[in-house]
Design a protein around this ligand. Structure first.
Ligand SMILES: [Zn+2]
Ligand SMILES: [Zn+2]
Length: 225
């Protein structure tokens, strides 16, 4: 028996670690996914459903924080097999749908090495284009099967990056607008708009949610655990 794939981060919120990237599961009776890992994350999500005693068809909503392949990887599987509704910001939707290509750039010294590394993996992470079911503006509150989630447009890492805030749970899903490093928030090093990325990072950190859930690295707790 393998170790549990679900790590509880709040009452109804779980983290799944897929090597270097995080997926999050919200259990509201049925299931909401926040990001979907690389295409290799499929067995992890299936195992997570089992741990929660859920069926594939319980995955009703898939929220994508942005268009990158390590977050969109299995969204198409759930859309196809579970008839899940996939939501992403309007400014990233055409990239997810394969109608637009977008290039980011690195900030700082680490970036050069990391981008070379990412380039090698980008090809292996490729997934077929996926037509999102709903395009977000970043200025709405959406209903996650009874749980309110405030959508916050946080451009920079990508132009259409979104964070999702669950005010009743004290949880903020930051996508890659914030990275977690040893319990602290750090700004993204790979961006489409550097100035906007810093502003978005500061905006999210200033919210001081009880748990800030980044796309990469450990969740950041306030006050620190
Ligand atoms: Zn990203
Ligand atoms: Zn990422």
């Amino acid at each position: 028996m393998s170790a549990d794939v679900l790590e509880r981060v709040a009452e109804r919120v779980y983290r799944i670690r897929e090597r270097f990237v995080n997926l999050y599961v919200i259990d509201v009776g049925r299931i909401v996914l926040v990001d979907t890992g690389t295409k290799g994350a499929e067995p992890l999500v299936r195992e997570a459903l089992k741990e929660l005693g859920k069926e594939l068809a319980d995955i009703r909503l898939v929220l994508l924080t942005h268009h990158h392949l390590d977050h969109v990887g299995t969204a198409g599987v759930w859309k196809r097999e579970a008839k899940s509704t996939v939501l992403v910001h309007d400014d990233d939707a055409d990239v997810v749908a394969g109608r637009e290509r977008r290039k980011g750039k690195g900030i700082g010294l680490r970036a050069k090495t990391l981008i070379a590394f990412a380039g090698v993996f980008a090809w292996s992470m490729r997934v077929p284009p996926l037509e999102p079911d709903r395009r977000l503006t970043g200025h709405e509150t959406i209903d996650l099967l009874g749980l309110p989630a405030v959508v916050i447009h946080v451009p920079g890492h990508t132009i259409g990056s979104c964070a999702f805030h669950l005010p009743t749970e004290g949880v903020l899903f930051a996508g890659d607008a914030v990275n977690g490093r040893q319990g602290s928030p750090v700004p993204p090093w790979f961006v489409e708009d550097p100035g906007a990325a810093i502003a978005s990072f500061e905006r999210l950190v200033a919210m001081r949610p009880r748990v800030l859930c980044p796309g990469h690295g450990d969740p950041v707790r306030n006050p620190p655990a």
